[in-house]
Design a protein around this ligand. Structure first.
Ligand code: SF4
Ligand code: SF4
Ligand code: SF4
Length: 328
């Protein structure tokens, strides 16, 4: 392995690029919104990537796609991103969490601070496992509402209703104009993330739970060669998801984010590797590159086939946003 480009540095570089990209998208969307609300005369195209921050809307779009074969016309890019992440999770574990998600990146930063201060822990499994069920409970709750409680008619009505149409503007306001309650929740989560590793991702994020389930069935997993392993435990120590890698022949855990840090920490060449169906070994960087390639591939496909931008003339946004923001 090239000692200069370690899995940790490789991951950090990709995380940084995507986090900066999200900040750029946020500024572009804010400029668009300012134009749409008549606060600015300079038109800025609405960046479709902003819909990646609307997972509930994407889940509803997925339901509509499955039930009626209709692609979401309100937030088409959100559905594209959602499907890309599902495919990504199946093929390359939770590569989205490991390399792309900006929330995961921020969570990792707090985890690093916690580790440096010798504070960050993963609670004992008697506490850890029950807490982990919280995110699956939240996922089950949303899945129940979207797939069982709502009729397909009410899904369609919600998707074209004011609340969903301007959900992106409301999401932006959460960051630009946070309430005291939002700030308090964020501060509590930040403080908790220093003492409990990746507390949000590990226990509370339903999106991560969904991706973990697809990853669980996927073909790619960390494999350990028992014959060369010296049982030093360095893989386990370095795993950000707290997986006891040194005790496993194959890591199928839905917590594995495909970061390859266990491989980077292992002192024995080829003892740990990513393998596909336990047969074919792939390089440690293939998961990160594969995750990014899938996202870009879906983006290009959606752009070329009109599955990315809403089919609404730009001028219409100037009517929709002020009106819908008022009544939603
Ligand atoms: S668990 Fe959720 S917040 Fe954390 S990295 Fe994954 S998708 Fe992002
Ligand atoms: S098992 Fe390896 S690849 Fe998976 S999360 Fe842990 S360190 Fe990363
Ligand atoms: S770091 Fe490598 S050698 Fe050490 S326990 Fe893990 S797999 Fe075995």
């Amino acid at each position: 392995m090239n000692k200069q480009i370690t899995p940790a540095r490789f991951r950090l570089a990709i995380q940084l690029v995507f986090t900066l990209f999200c900040v750029y998208v946020g500024f572009r969307f804010a400029a668009f919104l300012s134009w749409a609300l008549g606060e600015s005369t300079e038109y800025v195209a609405r960046p479709g990537a902003v819909e990646g921050f609307l997972p509930i809307s994407a889940l509803l779009g997925f339901r509509q796609l499955l039930s009626e074969g209709i692609w979401d016309v309100v937030h088409p890019a959100g559905l594209t991103i959602f499907l890309a992440l599902i495919v990504m999770a199946f093929l390359f574990r939770k590569g989205f969490c490991g390399y792309i998600c900006p929330v995961g990146f921020i969570s990792n930063l707090f985890e690093r601070i916690g580790r440096k201060m010798h504070l960050a822990i993963i609670p004992h499994k008697w506490i850890d496992y029950p807490l982990m069920t919280l995110k699956y409970g939240l996922l089950g709750f949303f899945a129940y509402i979207v797939f069982f409680s709502m009729s397909i008619r009410s899904v369609g009505e919600f998707m074209t209703g004011p609340y969903n149409v301007v959900a992106d503007a409301k999401m932006l306001a959460l960051f630009t104009n946070p309430t005291a309650m939002t700030m308090m929740v964020l501060l509590v989560l930040a403080a908790l993330s220093i003492v409990i590793r990746n507390v949000w991702c590990r226990y509370l994020c339903p999106y991560g739970a969904l991706l973990g389930l697809f990853a669980w069935f996927g073909p790619t997993a960390i494999a350990r060669d028992e014959t060369t392993c010296i049982d030093c435990g360095k893989c386990t120590k370095g795993c950000p998801s707290g997986i006891t890698v040194h005790e496993k022949m194959i890591v199928r855990s839905p917590e594995c984010i495909g970061c390859a840090e266990c491989i980077g920490n292992c002192p024995v060449d080829d003892c740990l590797s990513f393998s596909v169906y336990k047969r074919v070994k792939i390089p440690w960087f293939a998961v990160g590159i594969g995750a990014v390639a899938i996202l870009l591939g879906f983006y290009l496909w959606a752009k070329m086939t009109s599955h990315w931008d809403p089919s609404v003339p730009a001028e219409m946004f100037r009517k929709i946003y002020p009106m819908f923001l008022k009544i939603s």
